[in-house]
Write a protein that binds this ligand. Structure first.
Ligand SMILES: NC(=O)c1ccc[n+]([C@@H]2O[C@H](COP(=O)([O-])OP(=O)(O)OC[C@H]3O[C@@H](n4cnc5c(N)ncnc54)[C@H](OP(=O)(O)O)[C@@H]3O)[C@@H](O)[C@H]2O)c1
Length: 278
């Protein structure tokens, strides 16, 4: 299958290229294709003629989006629109990645695909606008919401927190819950999904939910770090963008799309990371 990936240099872009080696993969980042440019997008897809397009490109700076909303909407909504229009005109599927941040986190139970979104942040609103435009313009769409994504490449929470492990004590938020997702696990599920025609909306994230505090405790245990971890409220870490307090994702869709438990993703992350560190 000929697969086109936008956002090739991101965490998910890397994971997809590692996973889809048995396909013919053409993967561009914004230096080769800026998805905010409609004509450039059309031209590239007309040249490449893929059988499916995976949109892993995004504006992901959640706090910064509050002060540059136009940039966030341009990439997350207009970019998605451009890919939706061009894939629709070629009658090929578009797999669009979205986020748990489309929810407000007030439900106190895991969110499934048919729960009503209500984003709290500019980032969440821009990603929801991207979902809406893809649904409206290309009937052959997969919209996949994921969460708390991390990989051995790129910037993410586990890498940041590991870099602080030489301090005697760190403080970590214990009242924000989500579904940590190891990017290679997500990529494997997307690889299965894109070969189907079961279009629609999917929640695909590490199974089970946890807080940042528990996630850090598990990570440090796996790494053998003795750093003291103090649980604190998110009120102690005021940030520009509000986050959903309880945004654990669950799915009503095909059980083949369910990912391994988040702890297993973390184990594989630690194994790969120490392998890379030599
Ligand atoms: N990270 C998370 O915790 C998380 C959680 C839930 C959902 N998601 C979603 O999962 C998807 C993948 O996230 P990720 O963590 O892999 O993101 P990432 O590491 O930030 O990668 C995004 C990639 O898109 C590129 N990009 C930005 N603007 C572009 C444009 N106009 N045209 C083409 N490429 C562009 C970025 O390039 P530059 O680096 O040069 O800007 C970057 O290489 C996104 O849809 C994101 O919203 C992420």
């Amino acid at each position: 299958m000929r697969v086109f990936i936008a956002g090739a240099k991101g965490q998910l872009g890397h994971a997809l290229q590692e996973t889809l080696g048995h396909h013919e993969v053409i993967a561009y980042d914004q230096d080769e294709l800026d998805i905010t440019q409609l004509e450039a997008t059309r031209k590239v897809l007309e040249q490449v003629r893929p059988q499916v397009v995976l949109n892993a490109a995004a504006y992901t700076k959640v706090d910064q989006a509050e002060s540059e909303p136009e940039m966030a909407f341009r990439i997350n909504a207009l970019g998605a629109r451009n890919l939706a229009l061009t894939t629709a005109s070629q009658k090929i599927p578009l797999l669009q990645i979205s986020t748990d941040y489309v929810f407000d986190g007030k439900a106190l139970r895991p969110y499934h695909e048919f729960d009503r979104p209500h984003p709290l942040s500019v980032y969440g609103m821009s990603k929801l606008a991207g979902e809406d435009t893809v649904r409206a313009l290309n009937p052959r769409h997969f919209i996949v919401r994921t969460a708390w994504l991390y990989h051995t490449v790129g910037n993410n929470f586990p890498k940041t927190i590991c870099a602080l492990a030489d301090q005697p004590e760190i403080r970590v938020v214990n009242d924000q819950y989500g579904s940590p997702t190891y990017a290679p696990h997500l990529a494997q599920a997307l690889s299965r999904l894109m070969e189907t025609d079961a279009f629609g909306t999917y929640h695909i994230a590490g199974s089970g939910g946890t807080s940042w505090f528990e996630f850090t405790r598990t990570l440090f245990t796996l790494c053998g770090f003795a750093t003291k971890i103090k649980a604190v409220s998110k009120a102690e870490f005021p940030r520009p963008a509000p986050r959903p307090a309880h945004a654990v994702l669950t799915t009503l869709q095909d059980p083949h799309m369910v990912l391994p438990p988040w702890e297993q993703g973390l184990q594989e992350f630690v194994r790969q990371r120490f392998k890379f560190d030599g």
